[in-house]
Design a protein around this ligand. Structure first.
Ligand code: GLU
Length: 538
């Protein structure tokens, strides 16, 4: 399959992760930009598993990859599980192919068999280190072994690798230089003498190295654009040489701006969560992650912050990329998360928050404590389902807290008081500013009498009702609200009181206020009776 470099019949790009770790922000950014670019050009986005590094491979990382992208709602047009005409899309299922291509290069004198043992290479490295030699990598000892000898030794079963012959001969007096144009960084020139000397293409166990498998697959899969992290830039001259050796056109390369922490160092665990799994567990929404990550190193429209995946796909282009490194700002991501939480309706938000509430024991006690806070997994089945009444309260509670949270995991603690009577705090907590116990008791008595009626009307009517009472009694509205708020919610700072009363209902509201009043009255020191006891329960 030959690719014209100028006008492509169809854009084909890919995300080509090595399953040697959890999916993280950097990987998501690469995947997302490839996805958006393909979408923006009506092309195809391909997933390819580069699983040839068997020492660091783990099946759980493959599962994590699938789970992560399913959760994010990012789908590939071709890839493992999805299929496509250029498969298989898993490199460990393509081993024969790489061997065939490496041998073909050797037969054409663009690559060569190397019989150096691992011990020899190690000794070479140690020797150079001891001599503080500036030379690095392989000393090209096997580069010029005559073809017949090579064939004889290989046929006799002598272990060997296949190495790429980096062109070194002078052409018209200039040392060989590899040149390509990066779509973001412009013209890149690399002296061949500075490229890793004759890198291995095929290892002695028959597995390809990253370079060989990556180039062969990008070619065979018809990849037109390679958008990848900047850390791969040093490999690209070598890839360009490989494409030339094969006689293939290389795809267009675009190395994406780096992602840094706020200290200007490459984003890593030191800065906080970086694995998508961790963000997911902490209650981030996929929309927020996608929106924020799509802005890491790209700008779309002045003054517009919120974009859906579709809106991003409409706007994305390589001309939207910035050269400067992107700074990952956790605060900014938190802001996005809050925005997307507020866009959910109560039912949707309740569905998202349900596992967190179950794990936090809001609907009763739960199973394995190590699963607390983690919304996915088998143990979820052990968690109690809310009763219909609990479900009603839970959904209605969403309206109370939506504006006040940035993360799903904050929800259970904010609304626990709606499910179980809160512990009564110390008497002082009930006192409005400058008030004492006697004043607090008087105010709470008023509040207690209003609690039932206020719970039975709309929030506006409840507000009018208590304003009225405050005026009639000559007390400040805030002073009247404080002890009632503490009685109902257990805290001076809480979600809106009127809404809480409505959700709890008249009976529970009155009961809680009465219970708190009894406690305050019991706190009055002996011989210092508070006001005459006129509590008749109305
Ligand atoms: N397997 C490489 C990685 O893990 C792919 C790099 C590339 O896109 O060429 O990122």
């Amino acid at each position: 399959m030959e690719i014209a470099t100028k006008e492509f019949a169809q854009v084909r790009d890919r995300y080509a992760p090595s399953p040697t770790g959890l999916q993280h922000i950097g990987g998501l950014r690469t995947a997302l930009f490839n996805y958006l670019f393909a979408r923006s050009r009506g092309g195809k986005f391909i997933l390819r598993l580069e699983d040839t590094d068997r020492t660091r491979f783990d099946e759980s990382f493959v599962q994590n990859l699938y789970d992560t992208f399913a959760w994010l709602g990012i789908h590939w047009d071709e890839g493992p599980g999805t299929g496509g005409s250029a498969g298989p899309y898993v490199q460990s299922e393509r081993l024969a192919l790489y061997k065939q291509y490496a041998e073909e290069l050797a037969a054409r004198n663009k690559a060569y068999y190397c019989f150096c043992s691992a011990q020899r290479l190690e000794a070479l490295r140690a020797e150079r280190e001891a001599a503080r030699s500036s030379g690095t990598g392989y000393d090209r000892r096997c580069r010029d072994i005559p073809a017949e000898e090579t064939a004889r030794r290989a046929a006799a079963g002598e272990a060997h690798t296949i190495r790429l012959k980096i062109p070194l001969t002078e052409e018209r007096g200039a040392p060989p230089v590899t040149v390509f144009t990066d779509q973001l960084l412009g013209k890149i020139e690399w002296k061949n003498a500075d490229i890793n000397p004759d890198p291995v293409l095929l290892k002695s166990d028959g597995f390809p190295t990253y370079h060989l498998a990556n180039v062969v697959d990008d070619h065979l899969m018809g990849i037109t654009h390679v958008l990848r992290a900047q850390e791969w830039l040093p490999s690209t001259p070598l890839h360009v040489i490989l494409y030339h050796a094969f006689g293939w056109e290389h795809p267009l390369f675009c190395h994406l701006p780096m992602v840094m922490g706020q200290d200007g160092k490459k984003l890593s665990k030191r800065h906080g969560a970086t694995s998508i799994d961790e963000f997911r567990r902490r209650g981030y929404l996929p929309e927020a992650l996608i929106n924020y990550v799509a802005l890491l190193g790209a700008s779309y429209e002045e003054g517009k912050d919120l974009y859906t995946l579709e809106e991003l796909a409409e706007r994305f282009g390589l001309d939207k990329l910035n050269k400067a490194p992107a700074i990952f700002d956790y605060k900014k991501l938190e802001w996005y998360n809050g925005q997307y939480i507020r866009m959910k309706d109560d039912e949707e938000l309740a569905a998202l928050a349900l596992p967190y509430a179950q794990a936090a024991g809001l609907f009763g006690l739960f199973g394995a404590p190590e699963d607390a806070g983690f919304p996915a997994g088998a143990a979820q089945k052990l968690l109690p389902e809310p009763s219909p009444e609990q479900r009603r309260i839970f959904v209605q509670a969403m309206a109370l807290i939506k504006e006040r949270i940035s993360f799903l995991h904050e929800i259970p603690e904010k609304i626990r008081y709606l499910f179980a009577d809160p512990a009564l705090p110390a008497a002082e907590v009930f006192f409005p500013k400058k008030a004492d116990l006697a004043a607090a008791i008087k105010l709470l008595r008023l509040g207690r009498d209003l609690a039932g009626p206020m719970a039975s009307v709309s929030e506006e009517e409840a507000e009018a009702m208590i304003k009225d009472a405050a005026e009639k009694e000559g007390v400040k509205l805030g002073d009247l609200l404080m002890p009632l708020r503490v009685a109902i919610t257990g805290s001076r700072v809480s979600p809106p009181l009127f809404g809480s009363l409505r959700i709890l209902g008249a009976e529970r509201s009155r009961m809680r206020a009465g219970r708190a009043l009894t406690a305050l009255e019991a706190a009055v020191p002996d011989g210092m009776a508070a006001e005459p006891h006129e509590d008749t329960g109305h």
